[in-house]
Write a protein that binds this ligand. Structure first.
Ligand SMILES: CC(C)(COP(=O)(O)OP(=O)(O)OC[C@H]1O[C@@H](n2cnc3c(N)ncnc32)[C@H](O)[C@@H]1OP(=O)(O)O)[C@@H](O)C(=O)NCCC(=O)NCCS
Length: 147
């Protein structure tokens, strides 16, 4: 399957909105995502083949980046797409001279935690009661260029 990665377009907003609500129960709004699209610090990339496979939402500020969300559509999970997607994103970020990436993840999100560890993230801190439901978050960190 040939994978393509590209920046988000207006026509992807509904896809992102549907995924955010389905997989994160975020109750985000279309307006919020539209605002993200004009925020110079926020970038979304879409992973697709014949259809959309997933997306990533990144905050990028000079040499630092943060993964705000990463989604692989349910039917495409456990096939290595999340892993390949992150590797492609690391290459893009390295070309932009980004040298460190952070993210927060729920300790209960075993799939995400395992994926992030597999691509070289390390747990560096625990953020207590980080999420709306009171759940803690692991802060994870990766330097680009060395695993
Ligand atoms: C987390 C997520 C992006 C993983 O994507 P994916 O394409 O299924 O992951 P991959 O197939 O590339 O898996 C890569 C590695 O991640 C880990 N992993 C992925 N899914 C896993 C699962 N269900 N259980 C345990 N480990 C898992 C494994 O280490 C796997 O490597 P392996 O296949 O050699 O064992 C996907 O499950 C998802 O979209 N979840 C909902 C949204 C979410 O929670 N996003 C992350 C927080 S922002």
């Amino acid at each position: 399957m040939k994978l393509k990665i590209r920046k988000i377009e207006q026509s992807d907003i509904q896809f992102v909105y549907d995924c955010e609500n389905k997989y994160f129960h975020n109750f985000t709004t279309v307006e919020k995502i539209e605002n993200d699209l004009i925020d110079p610090l926020i970038t979304y990339y879409i992973l697709e083949s014949k259809e959309k496979i997933g997306y990533i939402n990144l905050w990028i500020d000079e040499e630092k980046a943060q993964i705000n969300s990463l989604v692989i559509v349910e039917e495409f999970r456990n096939k290595g797409f999340g892993f390949s997607f992150l590797k492609m994103i690391f290459n893009i970020l390295a070309e932009m001279n980004v040298s460190e990436i952070t993210l927060e993840v729920r300790p209960s999100n075993f799939a995400a935690l395992s994926l992030y560890e597999k691509v070289g993230f390390k747990q560096v801190a625990l953020r207590r009661h980080y999420y709306n439901n009171g759940e803690d978050a692991y802060l994870m960190y990766k330097r680009l260029g060395r695993d």
